[in-house]
Design a protein around this ligand. Structure first.
Ligand code: SAM
Length: 235
């Protein structure tokens, strides 16, 4: 309102009615972009110790060599880079499989920050000490993600309300976005799209304080406390 020199909310509403493009501006101002590396440690522990070994075994049984991840609403890259660290520091020695990560966000500023990979101490404070040492280069008070982790993640500017990356995924993380900020109707619509992108037997992780909309999912609880769901193998 200040930028447009409008007096009050009523004046802004009427400006919106007359200027369709303003909706995009408003939409861009409504995003919450907070994230952290290793956010909700227990979730990442279950992913490392239980979910990924099982997904890898399942892929091996059908002769698939690549495990595919999608991080939806990836903010500045904290979530997909945490996955890359888990793979390199926990999983890699136990499998000959490879992995790939696509990370999407509707906010171009976030995508550019993610590609840049520069973080403040508060973003990385949850990470195990060893990973911090191995995964970043410190310059002044900033931490730069190392190129060997960066190379695993492909960042794409995309709005989950009307698009999803091509292909199928073994693991999709959609945390602290759709199931917090969207209407129930939109949650159901997006969930359908997410499910269609999961391989049979694949897993969906939502935020630890989130719930799936009632009566809509074919997914079953896998690790209920960590909000990890699984698509049936015959799904
Ligand atoms: C609160 S952050 C969550 C980040 C991360 N998933 C986590 O849990 O730490 C939500 C992210 O979703 C992005 N976002 C908001 N609306 C979106 C949309 N319609 N499509 C894709 N990303 C969106 C925001 O830009 C922001 O980066």
């Amino acid at each position: 309102m200040e930028a447009l020199q409008l007096r009050n909310v009523a004046a802004y509403c009427s400006f919106l009615e007359d200027n369709e493009a303003e909706w995009l501006v408003l939409d861009g101002m409504c995003r919450v972009t907070i994230s952290r590396f290793y956010r909700d440690r227990s979730v990442y522990e279950v992913l490392s110790n239980k979910v990924l070994p099982e997904l890898i075994q399942q892929a091996e049984e059908i002769g698939d060599k690549i495990i595919r991840f999608w991080s939806a609403g990836c903010a500045s890259g904290e979530e997909p880079y945490t996955l890359a660290m888990i793979w390199d520091y926990v999983i890699k020695d136990k499998t000959s499989n490879e992995f790939s990560i696509v990370a999407t966000d509707a906010d171009n500023v976030m995508i550019e920050r993610a590609k840049n990979g520069c973080y403040s101490p508060s973003s990385i404070k949850n990470l195990p000490e060893e990973w911090l040492k191995n995964g970043f280069t410190k310059k002044g008070s900033s931490y730069y993600i190392k190129p060997e982790l960066k190379k695993h993640v492909r960042f794409v500017h995309q709005d989950i309300r009307d698009a999803a990356p091509e292909g199928k995924y073994n693991l999709i993380l959609c945390r602290n976005l759709v199931f917090t900020y969207f209407s129930e109707e939109l949650q159901k619509e997006v969930l359908k799209r997410i499910e269609s992108r999961l391989y049979p037997g694949g897993a969906l992780v939502i935020g630890i304080h989130e719930n799936l909309p009632e009566g809509s999912a074919t997914l079953t609880d896998w690790f209920a406390k960590e909000k990890i769901y699984r698509k049936p193998t015959d799904g």
